[in-house]
Design a protein around this ligand. Structure first.
Ligand code: ATP
Length: 360
């Protein structure tokens, strides 16, 4: 198990900056996610950690060891990719044994370690099978076994589940997390699937255009996004433009003029003290919105439901607040389903804690 330190990493492809001064500390035993839109540099960063790419500037450390110039096979990383790249003509055990044979381990040790790791990924007794005789999920487990059998210092995963159907993906999510935690493995996992990141990560980085837009726990990033881009990438959100009027009678809460109403909001960051007249953006998640008319709540405003989508566990509404402002509202476990109306006859509400102020 190692800690991984990425310092001022920079990379250009054909004059185009793909990684710009990336700094990141990943702790021992942490399952860390790189999340972001297509082309933001996730895979490029992972490939630098694996040793496939040489950076233009900066350094990578595993614990105190500078591995920036160390070739791939001497870094001791286990890798699992989207295409499992298994050899179809070899058996399960032969596929898994490959890394140990390359390292010239004695036969008895290879057999023992292959059996152990197949048990770990729940493929015990299937070593003699051909790859073609396995389901997609089982093939994925072989790829995982192959990455683990060398007892890597860290595990690098690049969209490992994207070829699986939804049910298998869910199963493998908890499986990969269980194995990383059981081994105390440091894992770095690239995905563009936010549910995968939210449900599996200890911490994650959201990348945007070769930079780290935010690093934090899933909960921190979901509740306190650093920017509109982050808020939108990690979940659904409504945004409202406004100007700060003043800090309210409650310290840390600010009254904001949003045109159609004065709303009370809290900054996304405790250190930030917005000033009077400052243009800001307020963000609220659809599930943090409700309908109601609680008189002493500062954040309520009239609107008109213009669309209703019933999804069983939830109902999603679109609330028209002004000509320009539409807000999504998501109600869990709905009792009465509201229907679209031509009049402004409902009150949308949210708590101050759920209305987060972002810099513009
Ligand atoms: P995705 O989610 O689509 O896999 P990503 O965030 O992993 O995207 P990267 O694969 O790291 O993105 O690519 C980042 C940028 O670098 C893209 O614009 C891509 O076209 C470019 N790029 C990646 N590899 C190379 C390469 N070997 N040569 C030139 N350009 C490259």
């Amino acid at each position: 198990m190692v800690s991984i330190s990425i310092r001022h990493l920079t990379k250009k492809f054909g004059g185009q900056a793909v990684l710009s001064d990336v700094n990141l500390e990943i702790e021992k035993g942490e399952l860390f996610f790189l999340l972001g839109p297509s082309g933001c540099g996730k895979t490029t960063l992972l490939r630098h950690i694996a040793g496939f790419y040489e950076p233009d500037g900066g350094a990578i450390f595993f614990d105190d060891e500078d591995v920036t110039d160390l070739p791939v096979h001497r870094r001791g990383t286990g890798m699992m990719f989207q295409s499992y790249a298994l050899w179809p003509h070899l058996s399960v055990a032969q596929n898994v044994a490959f890394g140990l044979e390359e390292r010239k381990r004695p036969r008895a040790e290879i057999d023992q370690r292959v059996n152990e790791v197949l048990d770990l990924v729940q493929l015990g007794g299937m070593g003699a099978r051909r790859i073609q005789q396995l389901s997609g999920g089982q093939q994925q487990r072989v790829a995982l076994a192959r990455a683990l059998v060398i007892r890597p210092r860290c595990l690098l995963l690049d969209e490992p589940l994207s070829n699986l159907d939804a049910k298998l993906r869910m199963e493998m999510r908890s499986e990969i997390r269980r194995i990383c935690k059981e081994f105390g493995l440091t894992g770095i996992y690239v995905t563009h699937d936010r549910d995968e990141a939210l449900s599996m990560a200890d911490r994650l980085a959201i990348m945007d255009g070769g930079r780290l837009a935010q690093v934090g726990s899933p909960d921190e990033i979901y509740k306190n996004p650093a920017s509109r881009m982050v808020a939108e990438f990690i979940g659904e959100a409504n945004f409202i433009e406004g100007r700060v009027i003043r800090e309210s009678s409650r310290p840390g809460q600010y009254d904001v003029d949003c045109g159609f109403a004065t709303l009370r909001s809290r900054p996304n960051n405790d250190e930030w003290r917005p000033v009077q007249g400052q243009a800001v953006q307020l963000a609220v998640r659809p599930e943090a919105m409700t309908f109601g008319d609680v008189r002493d709540s500062p954040n309520r405003f009239p609107g008109r439901i213009i669309s209703t989508t019933y999804l069983g566990a939830t109902v999603q509404y679109v609330l028209q607040v002004t000509d320009e402002i539409l807000m999504k509202v998501c109600e869990m476990n709905p009792r009465d389903i509201r229907v679209p109306s031509r009049r402004d006859d409902v009150m949308g509400m949210c708590s101050v804690a759920d209305l987060v102020m972002l810099r513009k």
